[in-house]
Design a protein around this ligand. Structure first.
Ligand code: HDE
Length: 706
């Protein structure tokens, strides 16, 4: 079938009988028999032969006249568009936002006008530094960009999974990103900040220290997009019908709770499944387990803004939740995957300047700069000012304006008047009642100048506050991450400069990093524009571990099975997993699956070499004695168990797997309370209950943090 030309007979062979049919409405339908449509050129001309180009004789030169060939190759040559300069690698999904209550007293914003109102949504998650084809488990910030197709236009909340940013002023963004991405001479490293240029820039930019704490924490290696928070970062304004403004910070709180992986796991996931986060989102949604987040608002007024210790316009600062609580006002549900990755996930264009009546900007200099950048970058990326006409970007509410023409204009506007005012009584008019009008704000800044306000000068106090808000394990992970990254930095002076900043953050952190780097003489602390405040209390909301979900719901259990494994145990595990709302995946020596003790065949999702334990939240080793014996010499099986132990996972094991476990290095003294022996099927529910803690952190005291 691959070759439609019979070389001997030199007569073209037809694949399909073709016929053109008129549809019920008289339109032309072309079919290749049954429901199969006929292949056409992009101009709609039916194609007879898509296997060979048009030539003079079977071995002769190709003809210019081959319009089908040229149409096909021409389009292929132009398939790529520039990838996003940052956030190139992403994954999008459709869904909706539903308001819990009316917020009409605070804002006229359309999605919040009544309880239960649903607004269509599209969300794109992303990493920042890596190219489009990079791996998902980079240590990096995650983008969390939400487009709400409201009745009053598109509202984009283009946020991240970290509530602060590296820099205070947008003018430094190109420098930050140049330093973070591949070094310009060599074109590497890819998707990582563990290199000289990044840490050089950071160590010369004290305002980044708070953000550095976050990206060196487990927040930068989330287990799933479904298990991470999102933040609008800047202070925005909500405005009600009386023109009263309330400041707001936006939060997205995952219903499934937060969870991260450990670094050694991240490194291995990148090898085993570079699409780990993409696949996770796709699988959850297509299996009907639609992830949800609650929208939380931190609302505060001008007098709080004046009284707060830090400037609410400074994006390197948070307002701790213990000071201004997060009010949950609705839920975001992602329940539909995209039909086409390019058409939707690639072509979606988020713009911070897309706001709606009832929402307004603050003077945050980072936000003001972004309001230029996003529009500009979409023109470069999508090639036309008409990018709003692409289906994923198109507002769902009616649009009436006098903008016209440009590349790839889709709308065919009727009428003679394309200007306003006009005497043709044609076209839309403005409406002071429902239309957007910028909040009237009195600015008290008399001078035109380039400078940072004094109120932005404290660079270390909240960095310290973040550090002391973490559990001991999380603090160790931060120190280890800094040691890992700085150990990839070739210039010792850059490493030392970072240590001088870390001393201003916290002595314990500086000491741990110095020890990890083998630095014997600690440099002096960096000169600080303002001394670090040590009176800020810990904010428990900042820890991932302290805010665990207490549920294994939405997580995945990996079960290593062999032929002859106890069928009752497996059935009990399956049942317990489904009762918990979790997923189960079978890993076996062969992909065809295993025959259990009762003779039943269970297909495998992964052959053991392709399904390491890093892909699962907890594991069960259910082998027969013969199966255990066979796997004792299988490196992937030994790694499966050894890694699950090292990554602090909960491990269930059948008595017959004992010898295999020992061979993998987890003989009895190591079988801590994170191990659950499945002596009988009735032990399975108890194991799933244990898994609700997600990790057995106590193990971190026994083996070095990974
Ligand atoms: Fe972005 N950012 N950014 N950024 N950003 C882009 O826009 C920019 C910043 C964020 O999934 C670009 O469409 C500047 C903060 C997300 O499509 C570009 C500054 C936050 C996404 C751009 C920032 C973000 C982007 C590149 C400094 C969190 C991906 C492609 C002032 C609040 C959106 C694009 C998607 C993408 C500029 C800083 C989040 C170049 C100038 C702070 C989630 O316009």
């Amino acid at each position: 079938m691959a070759n439609t030309t019979d070389p001997d007979a030199r007569t073209p062979v037809k694949i399909h009988d073709q016929e053109a049919l008129r549809g019920p409405g008289g339109e032309l339908h072309q079919t290749a028999g049954g429901d199969t449509p006929v292949l056409t050129t992009s101009h709609g001309m039916p194609v007879a032969d898509d296997q060979s180009s048009l030539k003079i004789g079977p071995r002769g030169p190709t003809l210019m006249e081959d319009v089908h060939f040229r149409d096909k190759i021409f389009h292929f040559d132009h398939e790529r568009i520039p990838e996003r300069v940052v956030h190139a690698r992403g994954m999008g999904a459709h869904g909706f936002f539903e308001a819990y209550e009316s917020l009409a007293d605070i804002t006229t914003a359309d999605p919040f006008q009544e309880a239960g109102r649903r607004t269509e949504a599209f969300v794109r998650f992303s990493t920042v530094a890596g190219n489009k084809g990079s791996f998902d488990l980079a240590r990096d910030v995650r983008g969390f960009a939400v487009k709400l197709y409201t009745g009053a236009g598109n509202w984009d909340i283009v946020g991240n999974n970290i509530p602060v940013f590296f820099i205070q002023d947008a003018i430094k963004f190109p420098d930050l990103i140049h330093a973070a991405k591949q070094e310009p001479d060599r074109g590497f490293p890819q998707a990582q900040t563990a290199h000289d240029n990044f840490w050089d820039f950071i160590s010369l930019t004290p305002e980044s220290m708070h953000m550095v704490m976050w990206i060196m924490s487990d927040r930068a290696i989330p287990r799933s997009f479904r298990f991470m928070e999102g933040f609008g970062v800047h202070s925005f304004r909500l405005v009600n019908a009386d023109g009263k403004s309330t400041f707001v910070k936006f939060h997205w709180k995952p219903k499934l709770g937060m969870q991260s992986v450990v670094w050694n796991e991240a490194v291995k996931i990148n090898g085993a499944d570079p699409d780990f986060h993409r696949r996770d989102l796709w699988d959850a949604i297509t299996k009907g387990d639609a992830p949800e987040w609650e929208l939380g608002l931190q609302l505060f007024d001008e007098s709080f803004a004046q009284a707060f210790d830090f400037d609410i316009l400074d994006s390197t600062k948070i307002i701790p939740e213990e000071i201004v609580p997060v009010r949950r006002v609705g839920r975001l549900v992602l329940d539909r995957v995209v039909d086409n990755f390019f058409a939707e996930t690639e072509q979606v264009a988020f713009c911070t300047q897309n706001i709606i009546p009832g929402v307004d900007f603050s003077n945050d200099p980072l936000l003001q700069g972004r309001n230029f950048s996003y529009l500009d970058t979409q023109l470069k990326r999508l090639g036309s000012p008409n990018f709003n006409e692409i289906p994923v970007n198109r507002p769902r509410c009616p649009m009436h304006h006098f903008q016209q023409d440009g590349h790839m204009r889709m709308d065919v506007r009727k009428g003679r008047a394309n200007y306003e005012p006009n005497s043709w009584k044609e076209g839309p008019r403005e409406d002071p009642k429902t239309g957007f009008s910028s909040l009237r704000v009195t600015e008290h800044e008399p001078d035109k100048l380039r400078m940072r306000p004094e109120s932005f000068a404290d660079h270390y106090s909240q960095a310290r506050q973040f550090y002391i808000s973490q559990t001991p394990e999380e603090r160790t992970h931060m120190a280890n991450a800094l040691v890992f990254e700085l150990s990839k930095v070739e210039r010792p002076d850059i490493r030392l400069r970072m240590l001088s900043h870390l001393q201003n953050v916290h002595e314990d952190l500086a000491d741990a990093v110095a020890a990890g780097l083998g630095v014997r003489d600690m440099p002096d602390p960096a000169p600080a524009a303002k001394p670090t405040r040590t009176d800020l209390p810990p904010s428990p909301a900042l820890s991932i571990v302290l805010n665990g979900p207490n549920s294994f719901r939405g997580r995945k259990l990996g079960v290593l099975l062999t032929d002859g494994a106890d069928a009752d145990l497996y059935a009990a595990l399956e049942k317990a997993v489904s009762a918990e709302g979790a997923m189960i995946e079978v890993i076996a020596p062969e992909i065809a699956g295993v025959t259990l003790s009762d003779g039943m065949l269970v297909p495998a999702a992964q052959k053991i070499d392709g399904g390491p334990s890093v892909l699962y939240d907890a594991v069960a080793i259910l082998t027969s004695a013969e199966g255990a014996d066979r796997l004792k010499t299988h490196p992937a099986a030994l790694d499966f168990i050894g890694d699950a132990y090292a990554h602090r996972k909960f491990i269930a094991w059948a008595p017959d797997a004992d010898a295999l476990m020992t061979e993998a290095g987890v003989a009895p003294p190591k079988r801590d309370a994170g191990f659950v022996k499945l002596g009988a099927p009735s032990d399975a529910p108890a194991f799933l209950k244990t898994c609700r803690d997600l990790r057995f952190w106590a193990r971190e005291k026994v083996i070095a943090a990974v």
